[in-house]
Design a protein around this ligand. Structure first.
Ligand code: SF4
Length: 432
C-alpha cells in the first residue's frame, strides 16, 4: 500500500497538504524536512505551559477515535501530583483502518518527536510506544528508536492483537500487570495510570500533529480544516473504490470528494461506513455532500472517529455485513462484564437472523431491546461500538430489513464480504 498524495510541496507552507507524510522514514531525511525537535524553544516551566497553550490554541483533537481535545488532556496530566508518563498508542486494532501503521512506517520520527514534545509538555520522563505484536513495524520502530538521542526513556511495548487491547486502560493494565484487558474506570489513566502515575495516552497521529504544531505554530495548523476541527487528518478509504488507500484530508471535505480522491466508485454505492467499526452507515447518494469531521454530525451522530471509510456496493447487503462485524466484536469481548459477554453474541445472532431472512417481528423487537440493554453497560466502550453500528444498520438499511422480513431472499448476502476482518488464524487468543 502506498500513500496517494501530492509530494514536493514545501513543508510548512500555509494551507497545503501533505503535512504528515512528506518527511521520509530515516532520521536524516526527517530532520532535513522538519528540522530539529524544537525543545529549546519550549524550555523550562514557562516553555512547557507555552507548548500546552499552543496545542490548545491549535484546537487539536485526538485522532484515535474519541476526538477529545489534546490540550485539555495534557493540562489534566500535567496537573497531577506525581511525575507523569506518556503512552504513544500505535496499536490500531481497528480492522477498517491502516492509517497509524502507514504513518509509523512512513514518518516514524514525526511520531517520536511528537511523543518527546508531549512528554516535555506534561513533565514526563518516560514514553511507552505501543504497537501490535507480530507485525514487522515493531522491529522497524526499534531500529529507528536506536538512532535517536532523546531526553526521555523509551520502551517499545508489543500489545496482543485483540480489538480491545488498544483501549487506553487496557494499555495501562498491560504495562502494569502484563494483562491486555480493559479496566473499569475510574480512576482514568490521566489520573492514575502506569505505576500509579498520571498517564497521557495519545494516538500516534495525534502526536505527529503535536510535533507539527510545535514546529509551525497553532495558526499554521488552523489553516486547513474547520473551525471546530482544524488541521489535517489521515483516513483509510476502502471498499468499492478504484484506489483504496490512506489519504491525508482536511476535515470538512465532503464524503463524495473523498471517494473521488480515492479514484471514485467502481460500482454503484449503496452506503458508506464512516468512522470504522465505531462508526455509522451513511446512505448514498444522499450522503455525498456530508462534511467529514470529528464532530458528531447528522441524525446518527456521524463522525470521522478513527478515520475508517468503507464504500459498500448497492448490490451488497449492509445488514449481513454488519452482522459479520458485530459477531467479530462479540468474539473480541474481554468477557469481564455480563452485558458485553452475553449481550453482544445475542445481538450478533439476532442480526444474523435479520440478515439471512429468519427474522420475524418478535426477533426484531428483541433485537431493539437487547441493543438498549447493552448500550452503556460495559466497563469500557466496546459494547457501545457494536450497538451503535447495529442501530445504524437497522436505520440505514430499514427498507432492506422490511424486504428480509417479508421473506424475500436477498442476493447481497451471497456476495464476497466488503468489510475487512482479521483472519481468525492471526488473532491472538491470549491477553498476555
Ligand atoms: S465492556 Fe467488554 S471489552 Fe470492555 S471491559 Fe467489559 S467485557 Fe471487556
Amino acid at each position: 500500500m502506498t500513500i496517494m498524495l501530492e509530494r514536493g510541496t514545501r513543508q510548512g507552507a500555509p494551507g497545503t497538504l501533505p503535512r504528515l507524510l512528506a518527511g521520509g522514514r530515516r532520521l536524516g531525511e526527517h530532520r532535513a524536512t522538519y528540522g530539529q525537535i524544537p525543545l529549546r524553544r519550549f524550555a523550562g516551566e514557562d516553555g512547557r505551559r507555552t507548548l500546552i497553550r499552543a496545542i490548545t490554541d491549535a484546537g487539536l483533537r485526538g485522532r484515535g477515535g474519541a476526538g477529545f481535545p489534546t490540550g485539555r488532556k495534557m493540562t489534566s496530566v500535567a496537573a497531577g501530583a506525581k511525575r507523569p508518563v506518556v503512552i504513544a498508542n500505535g496499536c490500531e486494532s481497528e480492522p477498517a483502518s491502516r492509517k497509524d501503521k502507514m504513518l509509523m512506517a512512513c514518518a516514524p520520527h514525526l511520531v517520536m518527536d511528537g511523543a518527546v514534545l508531549a512528554a516535555h509538555a506534561v513533565g514526563a520522563d518516560r514514553v511507552y510506544l505501543c504497537v501490535e505484536r507480530g507485525t514487522s513495524i515493531a522491529d522497524r520502530l526499534e531500529r529507528e528508536l536506536a538512532q535517536r538521542d532523546d531526553p526521555v526513556k523509551w520502551k517499545l511495548v508489543r500489545v496482543p492483537r485483540r480489538y480491545v487491547s488498544s483501549e487506553e486502560s487496557a494499555l495501562v493494565h498491560l504495562i502494569n500487570d502484563g494483562d491486555g484487558r480493559p479496566m473499569a474506570a475510574p480512576p482514568r489513566p490521566y489520573e492514575k495510570g502506569v505505576a500509579g502515575r498520571p498517564t497521557l495516552v495519545d494516538n500516534v497521529e495525534t502526536l505527529a500533529h503535536v510535533a507539527l504544531i510545535a514546529a509551525y505554530g497553532p495558526g499554521w495548523f488552523r489553516e486547513v480544516g474547520t473551525r471546530s476541527d482544524p488541521g489535517s487528518t489521515l483516513v483509510t478509504v476502502g471498499g468499492a473504490v478504484a484506489r483504496p488507500n490512506v489519504y491525508e484530508i482536511a476535515p470538512g471535505m465532503r464524503l463524495g470528494e473523498v471517494l473521488d480522491a480515492a479514484g471514485g466508485a467502481v460500482e454503484p454505492i449503496g452506503a458508506v461506513l464512516v468512522g470504522g467499526y465505531f462508526g455509522t452507515w451513511v446512505p448514498m447518494p444522499d450522503g455525498w455532500g456530508l462534511p467529514l469531521t470529528h464532530d458528531r454530525t447528522g441524525p446518527q451522530g456521524t463522525s470521522l472517529g478513527g478515520g475508517g471509510i468503507i464504500a459498500l456496493p448497492a448490490e451488497s447487503c449492509g445488514l449481513a455485513e454488519t452482522a459479520r462485524v458485530v459477531r467479530y466484536l462479540a468474539e473480541e469481548s474481554a468477557q469481564q462484564c455480563g452485558p458485553c459477554m452475553f449481550g453482544l453474541p445475542a445481538i450478533a445472532t439476532d442480526l444474523a437472523a435479520v440478515a439471512y431472512g429468519r427474522c420475524d417481528p418478535a426477533t426484531r423487537q428483541r433485537l431493539s431491546r437487547r441493543i438498549a440493554q447493552v448500550t452503556g453497560r460495559g466497563a469500557c466502550r466496546h459494547p457501545d461500538a457494536a450497538t451503535k453500528l447495529a442501530t445504524s444498520a437497522l436505520t440505514t438499511f430499514a427498507d432492506d430489513l422490511m424486504t428480509h422480513m417479508d421473506g424475500w431472499t436477498c442476493t447481497g448476502v451471497s456476495r464476497d464480504p466488503i468489510l475487512p476482518l482479521p483472519d481468525r488464524r492471526h488473532r491472538d487468543r491470549s491477553w498476555k
